[in-house]
Design a protein around this ligand. Structure first.
Ligand SMILES: [Zn+2]
Ligand SMILES: [Zn+2]
Length: 327
Protein backbone atom coordinates (compact mmCIF):
# COMPACT_ATOMS: atom_id res chain seq x y z
CA UNK A 1 0.00 0.00 0.00
CA UNK A 2 1.09 3.53 -0.77
CA UNK A 3 1.83 5.72 2.27
CA UNK A 4 3.43 9.07 3.01
CA UNK A 5 6.05 8.41 5.69
CA UNK A 6 7.87 10.71 8.10
CA UNK A 7 11.39 9.31 8.62
CA UNK A 8 12.38 12.03 11.01
CA UNK A 9 11.20 15.56 11.82
CA UNK A 10 12.31 18.31 9.51
CA UNK A 11 12.35 16.08 6.41
CA UNK A 12 9.54 16.07 3.83
CA UNK A 13 7.25 13.05 3.91
CA UNK A 14 8.35 10.31 1.49
CA UNK A 15 6.01 8.24 -0.67
CA UNK A 16 6.67 4.57 0.06
CA UNK A 17 5.05 1.24 -0.70
CA UNK A 18 4.54 -0.58 2.58
CA UNK A 19 3.37 -4.18 2.92
CA UNK A 20 -0.27 -4.21 4.04
CA UNK A 21 -0.58 -5.45 7.62
CA UNK A 22 -3.21 -7.93 8.82
CA UNK A 23 -5.33 -6.59 11.68
CA UNK A 24 -4.46 -8.08 15.07
CA UNK A 25 -6.94 -9.00 17.83
CA UNK A 26 -9.50 -6.21 18.26
CA UNK A 27 -8.24 -4.34 15.22
CA UNK A 28 -9.76 -3.40 11.87
CA UNK A 29 -8.10 -2.53 8.60
CA UNK A 30 -9.63 0.32 6.64
CA UNK A 31 -9.40 1.22 3.01
CA UNK A 32 -8.80 4.97 3.50
CA UNK A 33 -11.22 7.22 1.59
CA UNK A 34 -10.05 10.55 3.01
CA UNK A 35 -7.72 11.80 5.73
CA UNK A 36 -7.76 15.31 7.13
CA UNK A 37 -4.60 17.33 7.71
CA UNK A 38 -4.42 18.73 11.23
CA UNK A 39 -2.09 21.23 12.86
CA UNK A 40 -0.96 18.44 15.18
CA UNK A 41 0.44 16.67 12.09
CA UNK A 42 2.56 19.76 11.54
CA UNK A 43 3.77 19.62 15.15
CA UNK A 44 4.80 15.99 14.54
CA UNK A 45 6.42 16.68 11.16
CA UNK A 46 8.23 19.79 12.39
CA UNK A 47 9.44 18.10 15.60
CA UNK A 48 7.51 20.34 17.99
CA UNK A 49 6.19 17.12 19.50
CA UNK A 50 9.04 14.78 20.52
CA UNK A 51 10.18 12.39 17.78
CA UNK A 52 9.50 8.82 18.90
CA UNK A 53 12.52 7.35 17.15
CA UNK A 54 10.86 5.43 14.33
CA UNK A 55 9.26 6.32 11.01
CA UNK A 56 5.53 7.05 11.19
CA UNK A 57 2.61 7.57 8.84
CA UNK A 58 0.89 10.77 10.06
CA UNK A 59 -2.83 11.48 9.92
CA UNK A 60 -5.59 11.16 12.50
CA UNK A 61 -8.75 12.30 10.75
CA UNK A 62 -9.33 9.09 8.83
CA UNK A 63 -12.52 8.12 7.06
CA UNK A 64 -12.58 4.75 5.36
CA UNK A 65 -14.36 1.47 4.87
CA UNK A 66 -13.62 -1.63 6.87
CA UNK A 67 -11.92 -4.22 4.66
CA UNK A 68 -10.60 -6.72 7.21
CA UNK A 69 -11.49 -7.64 10.79
CA UNK A 70 -9.05 -8.94 13.37
CA UNK A 71 -10.06 -11.70 15.82
CA UNK A 72 -12.76 -10.68 18.28
CA UNK A 73 -14.12 -7.63 16.48
CA UNK A 74 -17.92 -7.58 16.51
CA UNK A 75 -18.64 -3.82 16.39
CA UNK A 76 -18.12 -3.56 12.64
CA UNK A 77 -18.52 -5.56 9.46
CA UNK A 78 -16.59 -5.36 6.21
CA UNK A 79 -17.86 -2.41 4.18
CA UNK A 80 -18.88 -0.29 7.19
CA UNK A 81 -17.83 3.33 7.00
CA UNK A 82 -15.84 4.40 10.06
CA UNK A 83 -13.77 7.31 11.30
CA UNK A 84 -10.52 7.04 13.24
CA UNK A 85 -9.48 9.95 15.48
CA UNK A 86 -6.32 11.02 17.35
CA UNK A 87 -7.10 8.88 20.42
CA UNK A 88 -6.01 5.48 19.13
CA UNK A 89 -5.72 3.37 22.27
CA UNK A 90 -5.88 3.74 26.06
CA UNK A 91 -4.92 1.36 28.86
CA UNK A 92 -8.31 1.22 30.59
CA UNK A 93 -6.58 0.75 33.95
CA UNK A 94 -4.83 3.97 34.99
CA UNK A 95 -6.40 6.50 37.38
CA UNK A 96 -7.46 8.66 34.43
CA UNK A 97 -9.02 5.83 32.42
CA UNK A 98 -10.93 4.59 35.44
CA UNK A 99 -12.36 8.04 36.22
CA UNK A 100 -13.86 8.92 32.84
CA UNK A 101 -10.79 10.83 31.65
CA UNK A 102 -9.29 8.52 29.08
CA UNK A 103 -8.11 11.59 27.17
CA UNK A 104 -5.43 11.89 29.88
CA UNK A 105 -4.44 8.19 29.92
CA UNK A 106 -0.79 7.90 30.92
CA UNK A 107 -0.20 5.12 28.38
CA UNK A 108 -2.39 6.50 25.57
CA UNK A 109 -1.37 5.89 21.98
CA UNK A 110 -2.28 8.43 19.37
CA UNK A 111 -3.07 7.85 15.72
CA UNK A 112 -0.45 9.19 13.34
CA UNK A 113 2.08 9.47 16.18
CA UNK A 114 2.51 6.28 18.24
CA UNK A 115 0.34 4.38 15.75
CA UNK A 116 0.52 4.69 11.97
CA UNK A 117 -2.20 6.99 10.65
CA UNK A 118 -4.17 7.79 7.55
CA UNK A 119 -1.77 9.42 5.09
CA UNK A 120 -1.99 6.11 3.26
CA UNK A 121 -4.22 3.89 1.17
CA UNK A 122 -4.97 1.66 4.18
CA UNK A 123 -4.79 1.97 7.95
CA UNK A 124 -5.10 -0.27 10.99
CA UNK A 125 -7.14 0.88 14.00
CA UNK A 126 -8.30 -0.52 17.33
CA UNK A 127 -12.01 -1.03 16.63
CA UNK A 128 -13.01 0.27 20.09
CA UNK A 129 -11.74 3.77 19.23
CA UNK A 130 -13.35 4.05 15.78
CA UNK A 131 -16.64 5.84 15.20
CA UNK A 132 -19.49 5.28 12.78
CA UNK A 133 -19.76 8.26 10.43
CA UNK A 134 -23.29 9.73 10.20
CA UNK A 135 -25.18 9.46 6.92
CA UNK A 136 -25.35 12.65 4.93
CA UNK A 137 -21.63 13.35 5.03
CA UNK A 138 -19.37 12.60 2.09
CA UNK A 139 -16.09 10.94 3.08
CA UNK A 140 -13.99 14.05 2.55
CA UNK A 141 -16.51 16.31 4.30
CA UNK A 142 -16.56 14.01 7.33
CA UNK A 143 -12.77 13.78 7.78
CA UNK A 144 -12.27 17.20 9.43
CA UNK A 145 -14.94 16.35 12.02
CA UNK A 146 -12.59 13.74 13.49
CA UNK A 147 -10.13 16.22 14.95
CA UNK A 148 -10.86 19.82 13.98
CA UNK A 149 -14.45 19.01 14.92
CA UNK A 150 -13.71 16.86 17.93
CA UNK A 151 -11.03 18.97 19.56
CA UNK A 152 -13.11 21.99 18.65
CA UNK A 153 -16.08 20.41 20.40
CA UNK A 154 -14.06 19.55 23.51
CA UNK A 155 -12.68 23.09 23.73
CA UNK A 156 -16.11 24.64 23.14
CA UNK A 157 -18.05 22.44 25.60
CA UNK A 158 -16.79 24.25 28.76
CA UNK A 159 -17.76 27.66 27.32
CA UNK A 160 -20.90 26.79 25.40
CA UNK A 161 -23.00 28.92 27.73
CA UNK A 162 -20.94 32.10 27.20
CA UNK A 163 -22.97 34.75 25.38
CA UNK A 164 -19.96 36.51 23.83
CA UNK A 165 -17.34 34.05 22.59
CA UNK A 166 -13.98 34.95 21.05
CA UNK A 167 -12.17 32.57 18.67
CA UNK A 168 -8.44 33.18 18.20
CA UNK A 169 -7.08 31.67 14.99
CA UNK A 170 -9.66 30.95 12.33
CA UNK A 171 -8.57 27.64 10.79
CA UNK A 172 -10.12 24.22 10.50
CA UNK A 173 -11.29 23.91 14.12
CA UNK A 174 -12.63 27.46 14.49
CA UNK A 175 -14.62 27.32 11.27
CA UNK A 176 -16.49 24.31 12.73
CA UNK A 177 -16.79 25.68 16.28
CA UNK A 178 -18.38 28.89 15.02
CA UNK A 179 -21.16 26.77 13.53
CA UNK A 180 -21.73 25.03 16.89
CA UNK A 181 -21.65 28.39 18.66
CA UNK A 182 -24.07 30.11 16.30
CA UNK A 183 -26.39 27.09 16.47
CA UNK A 184 -26.35 27.50 20.28
CA UNK A 185 -27.16 31.22 19.97
CA UNK A 186 -23.75 32.55 20.97
CA UNK A 187 -22.40 35.82 19.60
CA UNK A 188 -18.99 35.16 18.06
CA UNK A 189 -15.99 37.47 17.69
CA UNK A 190 -13.15 36.17 15.49
CA UNK A 191 -9.52 37.18 15.97
CA UNK A 192 -7.07 36.42 13.16
CA UNK A 193 -3.49 37.30 12.29
CA UNK A 194 -3.45 41.10 11.94
CA UNK A 195 -4.08 41.98 8.30
CA UNK A 196 -5.64 38.62 7.39
CA UNK A 197 -8.66 40.23 5.76
CA UNK A 198 -9.51 37.01 3.87
CA UNK A 199 -9.67 35.05 7.15
CA UNK A 200 -11.76 37.80 8.72
CA UNK A 201 -14.19 37.78 5.78
CA UNK A 202 -14.40 33.97 6.04
CA UNK A 203 -15.29 34.28 9.75
CA UNK A 204 -17.98 36.86 9.00
CA UNK A 205 -19.42 34.63 6.27
CA UNK A 206 -19.91 31.92 8.91
CA UNK A 207 -21.69 34.22 11.33
CA UNK A 208 -19.03 36.11 13.29
CA UNK A 209 -20.56 39.46 14.13
CA UNK A 210 -17.09 41.01 14.29
CA UNK A 211 -13.72 39.90 12.96
CA UNK A 212 -10.38 41.65 13.33
CA UNK A 213 -6.71 41.32 14.22
CA UNK A 214 -5.68 39.53 17.42
CA UNK A 215 -3.39 42.44 18.34
CA UNK A 216 -6.29 44.49 19.72
CA UNK A 217 -9.33 43.69 21.88
CA UNK A 218 -12.69 43.32 20.16
CA UNK A 219 -15.56 45.78 20.37
CA UNK A 220 -17.03 44.28 23.56
CA UNK A 221 -15.66 42.34 26.54
CA UNK A 222 -15.85 38.58 25.98
CA UNK A 223 -17.26 36.01 28.38
CA UNK A 224 -14.96 33.34 27.00
CA UNK A 225 -12.30 32.80 24.39
CA UNK A 226 -10.87 29.71 22.69
CA UNK A 227 -7.30 29.82 21.37
CA UNK A 228 -6.70 27.67 18.31
CA UNK A 229 -3.60 29.51 17.11
CA UNK A 230 -0.44 27.95 18.66
CA UNK A 231 0.83 31.35 19.78
CA UNK A 232 1.54 31.79 23.50
CA UNK A 233 1.36 35.60 23.29
CA UNK A 234 -2.35 35.22 22.60
CA UNK A 235 -2.97 33.97 26.16
CA UNK A 236 -2.43 37.39 27.78
CA UNK A 237 -4.15 39.01 24.77
CA UNK A 238 -7.23 36.84 25.30
CA UNK A 239 -7.19 37.41 29.08
CA UNK A 240 -7.20 41.12 28.34
CA UNK A 241 -10.26 40.62 26.11
CA UNK A 242 -12.36 38.58 28.59
CA UNK A 243 -14.34 40.15 31.38
CA UNK A 244 -14.10 39.13 35.08
CA UNK A 245 -15.23 35.54 35.56
CA UNK A 246 -14.29 34.75 31.97
CA UNK A 247 -12.50 31.65 30.69
CA UNK A 248 -9.69 31.29 28.17
CA UNK A 249 -9.41 27.78 26.69
CA UNK A 250 -6.18 26.72 24.96
CA UNK A 251 -7.12 24.08 22.39
CA UNK A 252 -3.80 23.15 20.80
CA UNK A 253 -1.41 20.36 21.76
CA UNK A 254 1.59 22.66 21.35
CA UNK A 255 1.98 26.40 21.80
CA UNK A 256 4.94 28.77 21.81
CA UNK A 257 5.93 29.99 25.28
CA UNK A 258 3.48 32.26 27.05
CA UNK A 259 5.07 35.60 27.89
CA UNK A 260 4.81 36.83 31.48
CA UNK A 261 1.89 39.11 32.17
CA UNK A 262 0.56 41.20 35.05
CA UNK A 263 -1.53 39.36 37.61
CA UNK A 264 -4.28 41.93 37.03
CA UNK A 265 -5.12 40.10 33.79
CA UNK A 266 -5.95 36.90 35.71
CA UNK A 267 -7.49 38.64 38.71
CA UNK A 268 -11.27 38.82 38.79
CA UNK A 269 -11.73 35.04 38.73
CA UNK A 270 -10.62 34.65 35.16
CA UNK A 271 -9.62 31.09 34.26
CA UNK A 272 -7.01 29.81 31.84
CA UNK A 273 -7.20 26.13 30.94
CA UNK A 274 -6.22 23.72 28.21
CA UNK A 275 -8.09 20.80 26.70
CA UNK A 276 -6.20 17.63 25.84
CA UNK A 277 -7.04 15.02 23.23
CA UNK A 278 -10.56 13.56 23.31
CA UNK A 279 -12.64 10.89 24.91
CA UNK A 280 -14.83 8.50 23.00
CA UNK A 281 -17.84 10.22 24.60
CA UNK A 282 -16.77 13.49 22.97
CA UNK A 283 -16.85 11.71 19.64
CA UNK A 284 -20.23 10.12 20.25
CA UNK A 285 -21.71 13.47 21.32
CA UNK A 286 -20.29 15.44 18.40
CA UNK A 287 -21.32 12.92 15.78
CA UNK A 288 -24.91 13.05 17.07
CA UNK A 289 -24.88 16.86 17.19
CA UNK A 290 -23.16 17.44 13.82
CA UNK A 291 -26.06 16.55 11.48
CA UNK A 292 -28.52 18.60 13.55
CA UNK A 293 -26.53 21.86 13.17
CA UNK A 294 -25.73 20.85 10.40
CA UNK A 295 -21.98 21.12 10.70
CA UNK A 296 -20.34 21.63 7.30
CA UNK A 297 -16.59 21.63 6.80
CA UNK A 298 -15.09 23.75 4.06
CA UNK A 299 -12.63 21.32 2.51
CA UNK A 300 -9.56 21.80 0.34
CA UNK A 301 -8.70 18.48 -1.36
CA UNK A 302 -5.18 17.27 -2.17
CA UNK A 303 -4.14 13.95 -3.68
CA UNK A 304 -2.26 11.82 -1.11
CA UNK A 305 0.99 12.27 -3.01
CA UNK A 306 0.78 16.03 -2.40
CA UNK A 307 0.67 15.73 1.39
CA UNK A 308 3.78 17.90 1.75
CA UNK A 309 2.06 20.69 -0.17
CA UNK A 310 -1.01 20.46 2.08
CA UNK A 311 1.23 20.70 5.17
CA UNK A 312 3.08 23.69 3.68
CA UNK A 313 -0.19 25.48 2.95
CA UNK A 314 -1.36 24.85 6.52
CA UNK A 315 1.97 26.05 7.95
CA UNK A 316 1.76 29.25 5.88
CA UNK A 317 -1.86 29.96 6.80
CA UNK A 318 -2.94 29.72 3.16
CA UNK A 319 -5.91 27.40 3.77
CA UNK A 320 -9.52 28.42 4.02
CA UNK A 321 -11.13 25.66 6.07
CA UNK A 322 -9.62 22.17 6.31
CA UNK A 323 -7.17 20.29 4.08
CA UNK A 324 -8.06 16.69 3.24
CA UNK A 325 -5.89 14.09 1.50
CA UNK A 326 -7.52 11.73 -0.97
CA UNK A 327 -5.64 8.48 -1.70
ZN1 LIG B 1 -5.09 4.74 30.98
ZN1 LIG C 1 -5.68 16.84 15.14
Amino acid sequence: MRAMVLSRPGLPLEARDLPPREPGPGEIRLRVAACGVCRTDLHVVDGELPFLGRPVVPGHEIVGRVEALGPGVDRFRPGDRVGVPWLGWTCGACRFCTSGRENLCIRAQFTGYQRDGGYAEAAIADARYAFRIPEGYADDDAAPLLCAGLIGYRSWAPVRAARRLGLYGFGAAAHLVIQLARHAGQRVFAFTRPGDTAGQAFARSLGAEWAGGSDAPGPEPLEAAILFAPVGALVPAALRAVEPGGTVVCAGIHMSDIPSFPYALLWGERTVRSVANLTRSDGDELLVLAPTVPLRAEVVRYPLARANEALADLRAGRLRGAAVLIP
